[in-house]
Design a protein around this ligand. Sequence first.
Ligand code: DC
Length: 227
Amino acid sequence: MIKVAIDGPSGAGKSTVSKAVAKELGYIYVDTGAMYRAAALGCICGEIDISTNPDAAAEMVSYMNIDIKYGEDGTQLIYLDKENVTDFIRTPEVSIGASDISKIPAVRLKLVDIQRKLGEKSNVIMDGRDIGTYVFPDADVKIFLTASPEERARRRHKELLEKGQNVTFEEVLEDMRYRDKNDSTRAFAPLVPAEDSIMLETDGICFEDTVKKVLEIINERLEKNAL
Ligand code: DC
């Protein structure tokens, strides 16, 4: 099975780009951030403060059933204990909770196990923070997609406004910086580019051109690997 790892910080456009590329190639697409978000949502609903009580959060996650399914149009749906929670995981509260919960090794081990099993079943494009370094160190293609914090905050702000969420640009930028720091300084599987990943900076590059570039990189790499 072919595995393509797309890593990078929040708001770099990983999910929209990966989704489009997966559709073009006929691979399944897995947004691993949604799993950390579902785990955080479960803890928030259970009134567990993840940052001050990581042990209780880890225990709660150990009982959770987190599952990925696909809608008729191929969109990824995320299930928490058999409930479709896809529409509830993109709030600022869940974003911070997901970043906090992702620092807990027991939580990561549980979710990584699910992610590796998904990669056994079909060709996959998986996006996250540690796919090329930890989940699939043997991935066929590894891309690290990034952009400046301001550019990423601008994109995320626009997305949230379109969804009707009332947040300011400064709030989004602050949340982005908090998560960047959290995600790249945690002890276990931090956000760092894999040594053999291809860096792609997307400041000033439109979505269509980024998709084109990612497809080019994948095709070139797969051709090279086949030689
Ligand atoms: O990609 P995202 O913004 O939906 O991810 C939410 C959080 O989950 C992010 O702050 C870090 C964490 N995460 C992670 O640690 N490892 C992954 N593979 C994916 C996400």
